[in-house]
Design a binder for this molecule. Structure first.
Ligand SMILES: [Zn+2]
Ligand SMILES: [Zn+2]
Length: 138
């Protein structure tokens, strides 16, 4: 995927990403459950320099992770759609929510993260890598 576009539900925020996903994950952490109102968030992690907002900017909600990092969840202040997640201490990468893509169909998750927080009714495909907490490169 050389370039892809996306945005929030109300189109107040639009972006272009020219990066190739480094990681394609389903995150089952409680923050993602709250942000999505569901079991998990599907996201791709890309080099932060490859993401450019072309219309609007997300608003950020900061939380502390168990490891003491500050996690910033970017969402549209108009419609509430979750768009990006940034970890301040490693701002060279950004996670983009797959639901915000204009075409989410090409996404192929290869790993589940924060599996320790996954809900018992959430189905996890056993053929994918499972990470108990944060994603660790194997
Ligand atoms: Zn919006
Ligand atoms: Zn998460």
């Amino acid at each position: 995927m050389a370039e892809f576009t996306g945005g929030c539900a109300c189109q107040a925020i639009r972006y272009v990403c020219t990066g190739t996903p480094k990681v394609s994950v389903l995150c089952h952490c409680r923050d993602c459950q709250h942000a999505s109102g569901s079991a998990c968030i599907a996201a791709v992690i890309v080099d932060s320099t490859t993401l450019r907002f072309t219309t609007g900017e997300p608003q950020y909600y900061a939380t502390q992770t168990d490891e003491g990092h500050t996690k910033r969840q970017g969402f549209c202040p108009e419609c509430g759609s979750p768009l990006v997640v940034r970890i301040t201490e490693s701002s060279r990468i950004v996670a983009i929510t797959v639901g915000s893509f204009d075409d989410p169909s090409w996404f192929r998750p290869t790993a589940d993260m924060w599996v320790s927080k996954a809900q018992p009714w959430d189905y996890l495909d056993p053929t994918r890598e499972q990470h108990p907490t944060a994603y660790q490169r194997r």
